[in-house]
Each structure stands twice: as structure tokens, then as C-alpha cells.
Design a protein around this ligand. Sequence first.
Ligand code: KMT
Ligand code: NI
Length: 172
Amino acid sequence: MKAYYFDNLPGDQRLPHDSGREVSASDLSKLGILHFNYPDVEDVNALASSRSYKNRDEVSISPTTMGDVYEEKMKNFFHEHLHEDEEIRYILDGGGYFDVRSEGDDWVRIKLEKYDLMIMPAGIYHRFTTDEQNYTKAMRLFKEDPKWTPLNRGNETDDNQFRKEYLEHRKS
Ligand code: KMT
Ligand code: NI
């Protein structure tokens, strides 16, 4: 895992876009994001049960596994959105970037590699892209039934109850 401010320069979303300004793990925790590196899946299982996660699935995101819909999926994942649930993502193979909004509404890019696990709070604005490998195999963990419909950012999401709770929580 490595986190830094996105450079906001035009160009392929899969390139690093590293501004050179690093973001520390403690800055990430202020945004409500936690990160672990778990080469042993038993650690993932233990975390899931300690946080009462009951469901999981696996996705393989690449042109080989997705064919024609890959590029379209990439556009959707990269559209800024929030979810009404906390999300756990565990990278099984390949890698990718999650961009999350900082307190000042700048993009912070989080580079995830094999065995990285990230917990993202409900209500945080984010987007996702594969990196130059064009391959992300990830486990997605859900507390209950998968409810990971992306809500694209707009006036309505600014008023969303989970968004408001997230901002309240971030203040404290
Ligand atoms: C998200 O919330 O945008 C995703 O879960 C992306 C795919 S999982 C690596
Ligand atoms: Ni998302």
C-alpha cells in the first residue's frame, strides 16, 4: 500500500498519477480508512468475523475475464460515488488504485497490491481503477447481503444520510 495525492493531470487513469506528496496511514485513518497486509487468508477470516461480516464474493477484473464490458466497467468504477455500507476489499492478485476524497476534497490515491486489505467507511466519495497490469482479483466482503450499488456524486448524495453520518464522524 502506498498513498499520495493524485496529480490531477490528464492522461490514462491506470497510470500512477503520483504528485509526489505522500499521505500517511494516520492521515488515512482520519478519513476513516484502515489498511492491513494479510498474506494469510485466515487473518482476513478473523477480521471478517470480528466485524460481523457474513458474506463475500470474488471479482476478477481484466480484459481477459470481462471481454468487451471491461472498458465500460472501468468507466463506471472510476465515476465518483459512495456506498451506504462499509466496504472491505482484499486484493488476491494483481493490483489497483482506489482514489478517495481528502478533507479538502482533493483526490488521494491509494495503491493496493496483492494481500492488501482496505476498509472504507460508508459515505466516503471514491472511485476505482485497475493499474497498468489491467488486472485486479479482489475479495469483496459484505456485512449482510451485498448492497454495493454505487451512488454517483451529486446534490442528492450530498444529502444522503450515510454521507452526513460520515462527515459527522470525520469531525470527531
Ligand atoms: C468499488 O467500490 O468501486 C469497487 O468495489 C471496485 C471494485 S473492487 C476492487
Ligand atoms: Ni465503490
